[in-house]
Design a protein around this ligand. Structure first.
Ligand SMILES: [Fe+2]
Length: 308
């Protein structure tokens, strides 16, 4: 992991703060069923848009999907006459299904995720005993990002940072003065993401978070989840680097890696698996597509018994 992309990202954030035209417009869409925040981010000059971490609604008891959450995003995109260029995933989520294929069909755009999704596909391909028709090379996505990659969103630049630890493939997207940090850090009063999924690593998560917290203090951070917190009864998903460094209950300035790993490891032992982990992972490692239908035309989601 080189320091170069972070230096570039710092310069971009400083420039965007000085020049308001380089600040993206951001709308957050909160899904209370999975505590997930999806973002629609656009360049005010051109209307070029990225949708980050969309949600496909899924009713576990009946195995039914629906598009209410995604349709709210589509309505917003159409009402504002935005042009969707990218559908981005910060990682393969374990708590909700991605609506990226549905949004792509309705709005267009290219689907991108971190290159290490290949490792996630390999691990979960084995856990779910997926057949040889399940490609484990990331080819279900249009683009696989590496640390330090950048691409244009209209007149804005998106810089991609690899921030593993919650899963091996987590990426953060820096757009103007904003950073979309996925499941790394949460609101300062809630702390950080878990690191106990297959391929997760608490020490690596600490180092990824500290790397993000080297960005300028005023950097706007947009989080993928919120669960409220003791003493806070409203959902919240936007904070700043400065606020995190001062107040984050798990990793503020002064917290050592050793302290963090001990805390994270103890806490993760108390957490139940997310309710939708089995359907979410099976769908999300396929870039949000359901498994191939069987000969009766129905897609099935597997439950590996006593395997996780
Ligand atoms: Fe996650």
């Amino acid at each position: 992991m080189t320091d170069q992309p972070l230096t570039v990202a710092k310069a971009q954030i400083d420039e965007a703060r000085a020049d308001k035209a380089k600040r993206p417009s951001i709308a957050g869409f909160f899904d209370e069923a999975t505590n997930t925040v999806s973002y629609v981010v656009h360049d005010p000059a051109t209307g070029q848009t990225a949708i980050i971490d969309s949600v496909l609604d899924y009713e576990a008891a009946s195995g039914r999907t629906s598009n209410g959450s995604a349709d709210r995003i589509i309505e917003y995109v159409r009402a504002n006459e935005l042009k969707v260029a990218w559908l981005l995933e910060t990682h393969a989520h374990a708590d909700h299904l991605s609506a990226a294929p549905y949004l792509q069909e309705q709005l267009g755009g290219k689907l991108g995720i971190g290159r290490d999704i290949i490792r996630v596909q390999d691990v979960f391909g084995k856990i779910f005993n997926a057949g040889s028709d399940f490609e484990r090379d990331g080819s279900q996505f249009d683009r696989l990002f590496d640390d330090g990659d950048s691409f244009a969103l209209g007149e804005l630049e998106v810089i991609v940072l690899h921030v593993p630890g919650h899963t091996p493939a987590d990426m953060a997207f820096i757009i103007g003065d904003a950073a979309f940090v996925g499941d790394t850090i949460f609101m300062p009063d809630f702390g950080t993401a878990r690191a106990d999924f297959p391929g997760g690593d608490a020490g690596q998560l600490y180092r990824s978070i500290r790397r993000l917290l080297e960005l300028p203090d005023e950097t706007r951070l947009f989080l993928c989840h919120d669960y409220k917190a003791p003493g806070r009864d409203e959902y919240a998903w936007e904070t700043t680097v400065g606020q995190q460094r001062e107040e984050n209950v798990h990793v503020k300035d002064g917290t050592t890696e050793e302290e963090f790993v001990a805390m994270r490891t103890d806490r993760d032992k108390t957490l139940a698996m997310p309710k939708l982990i089995l359907p979410s992972v099976q769908v999300n490692i396929r870039a949000g597509h359901l498994p191939e239908p069987e000969e009766n035309g129905v897609s099935y989601i597997k439950i590996p018994v006593n395997a996780l």
